[in-house]
Design a protein around this ligand. Structure first.
Ligand SMILES: Nc1ncnc2c1ncn2[C@@H]1O[C@H](COP(=O)(O)OP(=O)(O)OP(=O)(O)O)[C@@H](O)[C@H]1O
Length: 251
């Protein structure tokens, strides 16, 4: 695991309008090229934490620092550019645009960022789709794809602008087991190539891919454990190790 910090979360709290305190005084660092998984009981605040770290939502108090900038202080315009340029996001429900083709979906964030020519964006999109086994589907309509294919399109879209961090909220939650494994294999491969990933999941198979697991309980970080990087040949031993720790956490 590298020790270069990419995001620092300082004393972050989140309270919704109905006044419930969801997250309380979270301090956390995410390190470059790591694969961090966030687990914990339903309603513990996992997605809220992900949304607040990734700037999809604003904390009630505290800081989220990225390259010496406090993201909670950015203007809407700066925040919007930050999101396009520096982060990718994958959702359980894919969030693809149904009336655009596969290729158009993947290219869209690249066209919006405008840091590369259209030709370069299209070429990168095609390369990403090929790498994800979707090279032959570029011109297909989204609604002709399976769930697993849709999630792989979403991965390609999330990577189009070479984000510093990829956030994923239950990316395998709506998939059958085989498609889920394909998506996890793609995420693992990207991580092995240096992509920093932070993923919320309930799925033990997904959690096994992590080199760090945060366990959230009652809006706080209850457990934070480093594991060796994922190695498919050591799956059985890893499963026992992760499962034992999660049981200790009360999973
Ligand atoms: N926009 C919102 N307004 C009010 N309360 C909210 C909002 N979003 C989430 N909550 C509440 O915050 C708490 C934490 O929700 P969150 O989705 O972060 O939990 P989670 O750990 O991801 O749960 P799950 O595993 O069930 O998805 C829950 O009680 C939820 O009802």
């Amino acid at each position: 695991m590298t020790e270069k910090s990419i995001i620092q979360v300082k004393n972050l709290s989140k309270r919704y309008d109905n006044n419930n305190q969801i997250l309380e005084g979270i301090d956390l660092e995410i390190f470059e090229s790591t694969f961090t998984v966030i687990m914990g009981p339903s309603g513990a605040g996992k997605s809220t934490l992900l949304q607040n770290i990734s700037t999809m939502d604003q904390p009630t108090s505290g800081q989220v620092v990225f390259e010496a900038q406090d993201l909670t202080k950015l203007s809407d315009k700066a925040l919007s550019r930050f999101r396009r340029k520096e982060i990718g996001f994958i959702f359980q429900s894919f969030n693809l645009i149904e009336h655009l083709s596969v290729l158009e979906n993947v290219c869209l964030p690249g066209f919006l960022l405008k840091s590369k020519s259209k030709k370069q964006v299209i070429q990168r999109a095609k390369d990403l789709l090929t790498g994800l086994g979707l090279g032959d589907h570029a011109n297909q309509a989204i609604n002709h794809l399976s769930g697993g294919q849709k999630q792989r399109v979403a991965i390609a879209r999330s990577l189009i602008n070479q984000p510093k961090i990829l956030f994923a909220d239950e990316p395998t939650g709506a998939l059958d087991s085989t498609s889920g494994i394909e998506v996890l294999d793609n995420l693992t491969l990207n991580n092995q190539n240096g992509q920093t990933i932070v993923m919320v999941t309930h799925d033990l198979k997904a959690a096994l891919r992590a080199d760090r697991i945060l366990f959230i309980k009652d809006g706080q970080i209850y457990g934070d454990r480093i594991f060796t990087p994922y190695d498919a040949s050591q799956l059985k031993a890893r499963r026992s190790e992760v499962e034992a720790w999660l049981l200790e956490m009360g999973w």
